[in-house]
Every structure is written in structure tokens, then in C-alpha cells.
Design a protein around this ligand. Structure first.
Ligand code: ZN
Length: 71
């Protein structure tokens, strides 16, 4: 039980709005976004994989181009 509570606390901390992360490169707030990725496991075999990505000015172009090319 103690372990579960610790995990929940960690999760709440990570997705909470307090403790914002500012990118040292572009000085913009880093946003945590859910990204759906195509996890290929073969020619006709794939499964979606949901990952969380930290996005700021440095990599938002990369992230969004990946997203649109997948649709
Ligand atoms: Zn940045």
C-alpha cells in the first residue's frame, strides 16, 4: 500500500501544474503532451503506444510533424 501511495504522489507531482519546467534553451514552459505512436512489430502487425512527451519550442516542430504524417 505504501508503494502505491508513493506512485500516486509521484504521478500527481509530474502532471500537476505546480513546479513548471522551463526549457533552458528556448526559455519556454515545457508542456507534457500525450502522443500516440505507431509501434510497429512487423509488416502487418502494429499496435498503438501512448507516450508522454515534453514539448517546448525546441522540439514542437518535430513532434507535430510526426503526428500529422501518421494520419
Ligand atoms: Zn526548448
Amino acid at each position: 500500500m505504501a508503494k502505491k501511495r508513493t506512485f500516486a504522489a509521484k504521478l500527481a507531482h509530474e502532471i500537476g501544474t505546480e513546479g513548471k519546467q522551463i526549457c533552458p534553451n528556448c526559455d519556454i514552459e515545457i508542456k507534457r503532451v500525450k502522443v500516440l505512436r505507431n509501434k510497429k512489430r512487423g509488416a502487418n502487425n502494429w499496435s498503438p503506444a501512448v507516450t508522454f512527451q515534453n514539448i517546448c519550442k525546441c522540439n514542437e516542430g518535430d513532434i507535430f510533424s510526426v503526428k500529422t504524417s501518421m494520419q
